[in-house]
Design a protein around this ligand. Structure first.
Ligand code: G3P
Ligand code: CA
Length: 242
């Protein structure tokens, strides 16, 4: 089985993460999947950024939930990475879905709901996908597994994946209870005997964040279902020899 390659936050290593430039690059190199993170603005728009605060990846300060979309759009989301990307904006999920029209791969949407500060984000996201890109294969993931359970209530056919740092004590039963088809495991946990055990139970394994070529090779050798990487182009190139 061929290991799929998902671009982490777009092509994070060489583009400002979670921006349209990053997703364009991920598509340009031929990624099999694209991973991104979602939050809600003060006026309830689903937007794409990693941190809860805008401080690290824009020229603003404060929490996303305290910005309206209009205010968030005034921030520069590219210059912190390189002056070459000055003018890049924080994208809405809708804008990303428009950009991905024609993308033949999988979209992995991570709910950043660890602190439960975005009530309704699962419904809003499901509505956007359902109305704009119902045909797009989407995998929803989160470290907050309640969020995945809520997503499955909103859309019982939603494909959800447990985000995990470590192997669970009772991984099969728990995965089934949540209704997940996959575990997205931290690289050291994924690159262990756990991966094959999960796969034998019909649970897909996607490893994050696989950035070293040596670990990319290992991921291919082990037949892990997918890797999530900041370097999709490097991984795609290495995969050619497998
Ligand atoms: O989905 C894998 C990975 O993105 C989880 O960690 O912090 O990069 O969102 P983080
Ligand atoms: Ca993520």
């Amino acid at each position: 089985m061929r290991t799929a390659i998902f671009a982490h936050r777009g092509s994070k290593a060489n583009r400002p993460e979670n921006t349209l430039s990053a997703f364009e690059e991920a598509m340009r190199v031929g990624s099999d999947g694209i991973e991104l993170d979602v939050h809600l603005t003060k006026d309830q728009e689903v937007v794409v950024m990693h941190d809860e605060k805008v401080n690290r990846t824009t020229d603003g300060k404060g929490q996303i939930k305290n910005f309206t979309l209009k205010e968030l759009k005034e921030l520069d989301a590219g210059v912190w990475f390189s002056p070459q990307f000055r003018g890049e904006r924080v994208p809405t999920l809708k804008e990303v879905l428009d950009l991905l029209s024609g993308f033949p791969g999988i979209l992995n949407i991570e709910f950043k709901t660890d602190r439960n500060i975005y009530p309704g984000i699962e419904e809003k996201t499901a509505r956007l996908i359902g109305s704009l890109r119902p045909e797009l294969p989407v995998v929803y993931s989160s470290f907050n597994h309640e969020s995945l359970i809520r997503m499955r209530r909103v859309d019982p056919s939603a494909d959800v994946a447990l985000l995990l740092w470590e192997r669970l004590a009772d991984p099969w039963r728990y995965t089934e209870q949540v209704g997940a088809s996959a575990q997205h495991l931290w690289e050291p946990s994924a690159l262990s005997e756990t991966a094959a055990q999960l796969q034998q139970h019909g649970i897909k394994v996607r490893a994050w964040t696989v950035n070293k070529p040596k670990n990319m090779q290992r991921t291919f050798e082990m037949g892990i279902d997918a890797m999530i990487t900041d370097y999709p182009e490097v991984a795609l190139d290495l995969r050619k020899s497998f």
